[in-house]
Design a protein around this ligand. Structure first.
Ligand code: SAM
Length: 285
């Protein structure tokens, strides 16, 4: 037996589940699933399978289906169980609840009603992809799924063009080629990018290249589940005037080194080059 029966606090307990390999479940997640008065799941069939695989008996405990889109009614049911003092474990179909998955409204309303809310952390495709991609992880922006319509997708890409961090997207295997072509057009074809497919599964694959190169290679649909990561702008498309203006502002209340560091990070440009410019500007002050 891999789990222990806990004296679980009344409240809502979010549980992360594997994104491919069943043994990626954590021991704490199993303990919570084994101990909660009620289990709620986005997909009750996958929850039953997970419990079976890990030998966690459901017994006569209720297994309730809940999706944020099931609306206020589904939520009311869980909130009334919480109000009765029950412990409710909630898992989405795979990975971490609330991350491109249901749970946000439930979490918010449970907190507003004064219930205890906890989370047993575990797998998420975002973190797994960042770990493997080989792109900087000091700062990243998770943009979720882009819109399907071309115009809306390009506008959404435009909106994240200058984010000073690695961009992370979830994408459908059917649309990944199209998405890469739009990203090359809006963000510049030379940006480094990575396509992660089927993470933690048998056919796990990580393809690295430039947006242009990957867009050319991937011209049809892929199979499986996909995360696309894109490096921040290299700064070549950043106007010198904008950098100078930002540096002048930063030098008002920072040392040369701190100003150079902060501006280089914000624009995603070479620190040494900015430092020289910061020295020159500060000498002219
Ligand atoms: N809650 C999940 C998490 O924490 O990652 C995400 C759920 S979202 C509905 C599903 C999307 O996540 C997929 O379309 C894919 O973009 C990404 N994803 C999930 N599992 C994956 C895997 N094993 N490999 C690559 N991408 C994955």
């Amino acid at each position: 037996m891999n789990h222990q029966i806990l004296r679980l606090q009344p409240g809502l307990h979010f549980v992360a589940t594997p994104i491919g390999t069943a043994r990626d479940i954590t021991l704490r997640a199993l303990d919570i699933l084994a101990s909660a008065d009620v289990i709620a799941a986005e997909d009750t069939r996958s929850m039953r399978r997970l419990l079976e695989i890990h030998g966690v008996p459901l017994g006569d405990r209720p297994l309730v289906s809940y999706h944020d889109h099931s609306g206020a009614k589904g939520r009311e049911k869980l909130l009334s169980l919480l109000a009765e003092g029950k412990s409710v474990a909630y898992a989405s179909e795979a990975g971490t609840p609330l991350i491109a998955d249901p749970g946000f409204h439930l979490s918010k309303e449970a907190q507003e009603a004064g219930h205890t809310v906890t989370s047993a952390p575990g797998p998420s495709a975002i973190i797994t992809a960042l770990t493997l991609a080989g792109l900087p992880t000091d700062a990243f922006f998770f943009a979720g799924f882009l819109p399907n319509a071309k115009g809306a997708r390009r506008s959404a890409l435009e909106a994240v063009k200058d984010v000073p961090g690695t961009l992370v997207f979830y994408e459908s295997p059917k649309r990944v080629g199209e998405m890469l072509r739009d990203a090359a057009r809006v963000l510049g074809g030379q940006r480094a990018a990575v396509v992660c497919r089927e993470l933690t599964k048998k056919f796990e694959e990580v393809r690295r290249g430039t947006l242009e190169g990957l867009a050319t290679d991937i011209d049809g649909a892929l199979r499986g589940e996909i995360v696309v990561l894109i490096d921040r702008s290299s700064g070549e498309d950043v106007a010198e005037g904008d950098i100078e203006e930002a540096l002048r502002g930063a030098l008002e209340n920072m040392s040369v080194r701190d100003a150079a560091d902060s501006v280089a990070k914000a624009f995603g440009v070479n620190k040494r080059k900015i430092y020289q410019l910061a020295l020159t500007l500060s000498a002219k002050k």
